[in-house]
Design a protein around this ligand. Sequence first.
Ligand SMILES: [Zn+2]
Length: 99
Amino acid sequence: MTYEIFELERDTKEISIEQAILNLQQQQWEFNDNYVDFAGVNAAYDYAIELLNKQIPKPRKVIPDPNYLWQFQCPVCDQILSPAFSFCPHCGQAVEQSK
Ligand SMILES: [Zn+2]
């Protein structure tokens, strides 16, 4: 007697952060069109979208500095960044590494 093994097809689709943001925004619009927000759902969508946006690396600002030739600044909060940082320790924004 043989048994057929059916593998459950799980949704393992990987999506980009940008697509995840668009999906959440679409869900948020649909929620706001159809429901009254008694439980802070809208704020939860805002937090999730904001945090996902911080995962998308942005170019650092490069500013001239007479002592070090230049310094790097966070593109969001303008704090000075160590060249080694890939995330701003002040606001959590992902930053592009220099090439
Ligand atoms: Zn920052």
